[in-house]
Design a protein around this ligand. Structure first.
Ligand SMILES: NC(=O)c1ccc[n+]([C@@H]2O[C@H](COP(=O)([O-])OP(=O)(O)OC[C@H]3O[C@@H](n4cnc5c(N)ncnc54)[C@H](O)[C@@H]3O)[C@@H](O)[C@H]2O)c1
Length: 262
């Protein structure tokens, strides 16, 4: 018996990193999973294959979730395979997340907001429409960040988007009242996102904490974060364990924000 037996979960940006860890973790708890990513290659297929080894259905849905058309195409494809949707994890991000203030141009700003605010909102709206029609409730989870709490040089556009998500899930919680859908954020700290050496593992090689002296004062947990740290929070929020948490953001940062010295 898993915590999510028979549930249908779509995770965006799940080829590698945190999204892959979430997909594996939910699959191991019995959820049928769909892995979306911009990139579909051997790595994406291998991530889905590892999920399927838990005896669940695991599908790949290549697509760009920074446009409404892309979001709708990905969720339509997921629903064709799975017959509906119970859990949406908005996780996708592009690699160049920081940019100096005076180099932040309109194109970069739009790219950030299109993926991290517009894409996450309309994916939530589209998934909620199906969840309401199903009448079975559901869970919408957005990946925010510690950057939504404090300002670090060169991270303003990213931080604004990630802060917006914390407000977005409050709005979804209120707007979807009475539907059985909960909407929440998880705000990760410094999480390693490299592919693990062992194909079946959830976590890549942990950060070398000793090689980062500044982290000793900044991270009370005294280690870097792992995809499993975030995936376990997703499991909590998307399972009956977290069903009374709604419109909230859970920091999973080893205490980084508590130190005020990030
Ligand atoms: N890793 C961290 O330390 C950290 C810290 C705080 C927050 N986060 C958040 O967690 C989430 C996952 O981060 P990660 O480090 O695992 O990322 P990652 O770079 O390892 O993976 C992100 C995936 O998203 C995909 N992607 C990019 N643009 C896309 C698009 N338009 N449509 C579909 N897929 C797209 C990429 O191809 C990639 O596979 C992100 O939302 C990120 O902002 C991460």
């Amino acid at each position: 018996m898993g915590l999510l037996d028979g549930k249908r979960a779509l995770i965006t940006g799940a080829r590698k990193g945190i999204g892959r860890g979430i997909a594996l973790t939910l699959a191991r708890e019995g959820a049928n999973v769909g892995l979306n990513d911009l990139i579909e290659d051997d790595v994406t297929q291998a991530s889905a294959a590892v999920c399927a080894r838990s005896g669940v259905k695991a599908t790949v849905h290549q697509g760009d979730v920074s446009t409404v058309a892309g979001v709708n195409a990905v969720i339509d494809a997921f629903e064709r395979e799975h017959g509906g949707i119970d859990i949406l994890v908005n996780n996708a991000i592009f690699p160049d997340q920081s940019r100096p203030f005076f180099e932040t141009d309109e194109a970069y700003w739009d790219r950030m907001m299109d993926l991290s605010l517009k894409g996450y909102f309309f994916a939530g709206q589209r998934a909620a429409k199906s969840m309401v029609a199903q009448g079975t409730g559901g869970s919408i989870i957005c990946l925010s960040s510690v950057h939504s709490y404090v300002a670090i040089k060169d991270w303003t556009a990213y931080g604004v988007a990630k802060m917006g998500l914390r407000r977005m899930v409050k709005g979804m919680a209120v707007d979807l009242a009475g539907t059985g859908i909960n909407a929440n954020c998880i705000a990760p700290g410094a999480i390693v996102n490299t592919l693990p050496a062992e194909e079946d593992a959830v976590d890549g090689e942990p950060y070398d904490f000793e090689a980062r002296p500044a982290w000793k004062t900044r991270i009370p947990a005294q280690r870097g974060g792992l995809p499993s740290d975030i995936a376990n929070a997703v499991l909590y929020l998307s399972s009956p364990l977290g069903s009374y948490v709604n419109g909230e953001t859970i920091l999973v940062d080893g205490g980084m924000i508590a130190t005020s010295s990030m």
